[in-house]
Design a protein around this ligand. Structure first.
Ligand SMILES: [Zn+2]
Length: 154
């Protein structure tokens, strides 16, 4: 089941592996097919964030590059014992399409989103410790900044 977490900053809804990105009675702007491809990703978990009470909940992902066991995080979320330490290695990211500035390939990526006020404590070290994917998976050149994950390439 999805769980609302309030760890400082805006509360967000966390979707453990296997849980479709949906809130009963609410329209969520997300592609169900893409959601299925991300539903048990080894390095990311899907979240919904309501930046303001009058706004719809927007889909983002939390991304880990430190090898954290996300099924263990799921278990702690579901059993209600999760705290901010469980998200120490996580960076908020947005899934979107970008165009490689070298080869013009259109790529589906997760890009770090630093303007969302969740898990924003210690943001500078959080970013410094995160491993970014600097090279385009198609042409191999340094390409789009702030990418944490290429989603449509191995
Ligand atoms: Zn490229």
């Amino acid at each position: 089941m999805a769980v609302t977490l309030d760890l400082g900053g805006a509360p967000f809804v966390y979707f453990p592996a296997g849980e479709p990105l949906a809130i009963p009675g609410e329209v969520v702007n997300s592609d169900p097919l893409e959601d299925r491809s991300l539903i048990d990703h080894p390095r990311l978990r899907r979240i919904l964030v309501r930046v303001h009470p009058s706004m719809p909940a927007l889909p983002y992902v939390l991304h880990w590059s430190d090898g954290s066991d996300l099924h263990a995080v799921d278990d702690r979320v579901i059993s209600g014992v999760v705290d901010a330490k469980d998200f120490h290695g996580a960076l908020v990211a947005e899934v979107r399409s970008v165009v490689c500035r070298n080869c013009a390939a259109i790529l589906r990526v997760a890009v770090a989103e630093t303007a969302i006020s969740i898990l924003s404590g210690n943001l500078a070290p959080r970013i410094a410790e995160h491993e970014f994917r600097r090279n385009c998976p198609v042409c191999g050149e340094r390409s789009i900044p702030h990418v944490v994950e290429y989603l449509d390439a191995a």
